[in-house]
Write a protein that binds this ligand. Sequence first.
Ligand SMILES: [Zn+2]
Length: 277
Amino acid sequence: MRRERVSDDIYVFTSDLYVQVTASAIVTVDGIVVIDTLPYPQETSMMIDFLNGLRRGQIRYLISSHWHGDHTNGSCLFENVQLVSHQLCAEALLDVGARTLEDSKESQPALRDVEIAVPDITFDEGAMFLHLGGKSMQMILTPGHTHDSIVVYIREDKVLLAADTVMALPYFVWGDREEFIASLRNLLELNLECVVQGHGEVLLRGEIRDSITTSIRYLNIVHQKVAEVVESGKGSDALRSVDVESCGKSRIPLNGLIQDLHYANVEALYKQMIEAN
Ligand SMILES: [Zn+2]
């Protein structure tokens, strides 16, 4: 696990074990707020130990950005915290989240003791604030990667904890491409110094707008290119010609995983279009 600070009070933890997943913590005078957990219990425990070792107060809240296990598998390790999420996340955790966890346990013994933690506090509209120790944490619903995705904006620091709403490649197989575009457009309205992505490096001021605008462009181009394949009648083999670079994104970040995410997007879109025809 890698640890860095993006402001005086905000720590980011990055997994060494699974595609550079990030979790964050905001340390306030009235206690600590954690956003997401790391994929494997071992790394989440290291994060909890580190935060307790700061002697800056208790971990009081854990916010889940969305239901995916790589961001929530550690929730059951937190004691005496209030777990906060969107209501859609709470519902998804109990349904698809629980099923996916059982499947993962079969192939990954490290997840053996993981249990779904059910959120204590949920909101069912577009946003909710948590005010603690002089920090205003705004949770904003940003569907796209999944239907329940939220980001957390820390106004005082102009830091956005974006989870999988901001990644090197927008991945919408579990969500919705058009909603993703709208959510990313909304992020451009925020005054941002720093964005913590759900996977990979932290984005700094000069990189943020470019990353978000190329993601919006990608979401438009990939749709257009898959539609061309469908219209050409060449069949799904022709999807291989729709490579990630021709859609305006690099295939280099996240150790080559980008290609896999991209082709999963392409195949999901193709399937949608064929079914709609
Ligand atoms: Zn995710």
